[in-house]
Design a protein around this ligand. Structure first.
Ligand code: SF4
Ligand code: SF4
Ligand code: ZN
Length: 266
């Protein structure tokens, strides 16, 4: 049986190597590119249909790269794509932060004293699945499941050797908002002094504090915020141990936002 990570890697490979064929690959699961085992996994876990993706056009995330070279495995209308757009917008808005003081290696703000939305965690979990060895992931999950991680300790995702964030590119909103702001002595104050934050998340997301609240057709859906170790404790190295969370995980990246919402309501 292929792991979820294998499937994700296979998707990346196909989308990067063939434009039109990658569409056929997903729209028609009977296509010869797939072996039977993989067809089974994809049909069962991920797709019944996937709309055409213009993989040669600029990536939705704002990087300026072609999508097929940037985020080929993420649906441009998915929740994950929304979140990546927010990350990009936020980073642009706070590009004035003084990074001579606030740089790699300074990690005083990286405690585990915060909660993040499921969407943010899913982005992290996808990244560690793509970038970390299985043993590393299992070790993180083991720590989380042991429940010995006290609030105030260093974040479990902080690399203890070089004191850098192991998921820096997809770090949560709350981590992005910290920085050294030269008119203040307290790094945290940056949060309340960036007016742009309030206007950042007005379309599908509500406020930066509630990235997990999103609007759709006038309705608001909530999912709870939890600590990173809490979310990790709901995983094994292949995915979430709760079936509904697993469905949401794949919908988060591979399905339009409406499908994600449909699963939440199930
Ligand atoms: S996720 Fe990264 S940036 Fe955020 S607290 Fe953890 S190590 Fe620091
Ligand atoms: S926000 Fe403050 S504590 Fe955190 S990395 Fe920047 S300067 Fe260091
Ligand atoms: Zn991208």
């Amino acid at each position: 049986m292929m792991s979820m990570k294998d499937v994700q890697n296979e998707i990346i490979r196909h989308r990067q190597t063939s434009d039109f064929k990658s569409t056929v690959f997903f729209v028609n699961p009977e296509h010869e590119y797939l072996n039977a085992e993989m067809r089974g996994v994809i049909i069962e876990k991920m797709f019944s249909e996937v709309p055409y993706m213009a993989v040669n056009s600029p990536c939705f995330c704002g990087s300026g790269k072609k999508q097929k070279l940037c985020h080929p495995d993420i649906h441009p209308n998915s929740l994950a794509a929304q979140l990546l757009r927010v990350f990009h917008k936020l980073d642009t808005e706070i590009s004035w932060i003084d990074r001579t003081m606030c740089h790699k290696g300074c990690s005083d703000c990286c405690s585990n004293d915060f909660e993040i939305s499921l969407a943010e965690f899913m982005m992290i979990f996808r990244t560690i699945n793509l970038e970390m060895k299985k043993e590393q992931i299992e070790s993180l999950i083991k720590i989380a499941k042991q429940g010995k991680f006290n609030l105030g300790e260093q974040c479990v995702l902080l690399n203890p050797d070089n004191k850098s964030c192991s998921v820096y590119k997809v770090r949560p909103i709350i981590c992005r908002k910290y920085g050294y702001y030269k008119n203040f002595t307290d790094c945290e104050k940056i949060q309340s002094n960036v007016s742009a934050f309030d206007s950042l998340l007005t379309s599908n997301f509500d406020t930066d504090e509630n990235i997990n609240i999103f609007h759709n057709n006038g309705k608001i859906f909530y999912s709870q915020k939890r600590t990173i170790v809490y979310w990790l404790s709901k995983c094994n190295s292949d995915g979430f141990t709760v079936e509904k969370l697993n469905k949401l995980y794949f919908a988060c990246f591979n399905r339009p936002l409406n499908d994600y919402i449909r699963i939440i309501k199930l």
